[in-house]
Every structure is written in C-alpha cells, then in structure tokens.
Design a protein around this ligand. Structure first.
Ligand SMILES: [Ca+2]
Ligand SMILES: [Ca+2]
Length: 174
C-alpha cells in the first residue's frame, strides 16, 4: 500500500499526465503530452517520443479497471506492482532517460531536464535547484546511472528528502 507521501508524489505526476484535467488519464492525454513536449524540444524526434509515451500509456491501461480511462487508484496499483518488479521499473527508467536525453549523448543536461519538466507541467518552471540535487556527483549533468537511481526512488521509495522524490517537482511533505 502506498503511504500518504507516495500518494502525493504520484498525484503530482498524475496531474501532469492528465492534460485535459478531467481527473482520469486517457490515450488522448498522452498524445497531448507528447505533442507538447515535442513542440519545445530541440531534438525533432516526435515519433520516437510518441512511441515512448504510448509505451507508458500501455503499461497503465492494461492494468486499469477500465482500459480506456485510468484513475489515480489505478496508477497507484501499477506503482505497487512496479515496486515488486525492479526490472520493470528499470525498463521505464531507461525509456524515460532516452526520451529526456534529446541529443543522445548519454547525459541529461540542465536544459534537457528543464524542457521535460516544462512540457509535463505545461508551464515555465525553475528547475535549477532540483537539478543540482539530481546531479549527485556534481559533474553538471545527470548520468544514466544517476537517473535510474532517482527514478527507482521516485516510484518505489518513500523518502521525502531523497533527490529522486523531486524528479517531477516538489511533492507535498508527508
Ligand atoms: Ca543529453
Ligand atoms: Ca552527474
């Protein structure tokens, strides 16, 4: 079962994915999110991004009570399942890393990270402070290893102080 903090964390990302704001996730939300992200990217790889976002949608929809619309409780159920299958979490981390790393140099730059957050939030966001914490070794970029660790923390962990808890912004404290 998810703790209050975990629920708040997932609610934050759920709100970002619910682009039309009707309280459930539909395939159209993922199309809109991918479109919004593609439109501000330097990469110009809309198809690749669409494929990744549809992968996400598939993961959620196939475990949802109604495969056409996914509720917050459905997402929490998926998160619960992911917590018991570390390989599945790592697979989504790899896919997300590929999506964020627009220029494919194997590192997430501050600008790449900011574009991801702004696409997901749908508004300008100052990501400087969070990025510094995500860049654990302080080399100015988030490596694949750093990202996978944060991603695991975000979906499986329950520590409000962990940098990984802030991958999608600052969730409400427990
Ligand atoms: Ca990069
Ligand atoms: Ca780093």
């Amino acid at each position: 079962m998810a703790s209050t903090f975990q629920r708040g964390k997932v609610q934050l990302v759920f709100g970002a994915m619910d682009v039309d704001g009707d309280g459930v996730l539909r395939e159209s939300d993922f199309d809109a999110l991918a479109g919004r992200w593609a439109s501000i990217r330097a990469a110009g790889d809309e198809e690749h991004l669409m494929a990744i976002m549809h992968g996400w949608w598939g993961t959620l929809a196939e475990r949802s009570r109604d495969p056409e619309s996914v509720t917050l409780d459905d997402v929490l159920t998926v998160v619960d399942l992911l917590g018991r299958t570390p390989d599945a979490v790592d697979a989504t981390a790899e896919a997300m890393f590929e999506a964020i790393d627009e220029d494919g140099d194997g590192r997430i730059s501050p600008a790449e990270y900011q574009r991801m957050i702004e696409a997901w939030n749908g508004s300008p966001t100052d990501t400087t402070a969070v990025f510094v914490r995500l860049d654990a070794d302080g080399d100015g970029t988030v490596s694949r290893t750093e990202f996978v660790r944060h991603w695991r923390e975000f979906w499986v962990g329950d520590d409000p102080a962990a940098p990984g808890s802030h991958v999608f912004g600052i969730p409400p404290a427990a």
